[in-house]
Design a protein around this ligand. Sequence first.
Ligand SMILES: Nc1ncnc2c1ncn2[C@@H]1O[C@H](COP(=O)(O)OP(=O)(O)O)[C@@H](O)[C@H]1O
Ligand SMILES: [Mg+2]
Length: 190
Amino acid sequence: MTIRHGAGPGSRLCRAPETGGTGAPAPVIRLASEAETEAFAQRLAPVMAAGGMVLLDGDLGAGKTAFSRALIRALAGAPIEVPSPTFTLVQLYDLPDLPVVHADLYRIEDPDEIDELGLWEAAEDGLALIEWPDRAGGRLDPGALRLSIAIAPDGARLVTLHPSGDWTARLGHLTSGNPAAPGSPPRTCS
Ligand SMILES: Nc1ncnc2c1ncn2[C@@H]1O[C@H](COP(=O)(O)OP(=O)(O)O)[C@@H](O)[C@H]1O
Ligand SMILES: [Mg+2]
């Protein structure tokens, strides 16, 4: 897993948009394989909490479901079945420490439809992982963590972190390279 802060010399892959208002470049995490996606999810799992919302942007096949599956399994502590919610729209996981609601809003045509899914109720008591959040028409938690996943020309996934609310502090162990944090410290872009 490689973490880059903003543009690196001569590399388009190192360019990252600025975070809203802070002027700081958004951290971009390069995940070279699905195994690295799983390791990234395992490092994020300890900072997930009830009432938290993670919004997952990215084209079809970018890896929103793969990341969600890895995160849910990390939270469960077991390789449980995690189907894509493409057709059910919402999947609930009544995990002992943290209930999780995993939603895919791709097929939502009118944001009002979301009210019928029980998503808001489930998200109050647990963690919400939401694919295609823009289908909600701006109704989602403004204090959410937004992860934008893009596919690099070499097939790796580039995850741009857009934390808001208290997520910035909660993600400090991922972006600072603090060796005391869970997992191995990140390598920085050279
Ligand atoms: N870091 C990675 N590098 C390469 N391929 C990956 C990586 N992470 C996930 N994948 C693959 O990308 C695909 C993502 O599919 P999926 O998660 O269903 O996408 P989405 O939910 O965004 O439509 C899967 O085939 C998965 O194995
Ligand atoms: Mg998906």
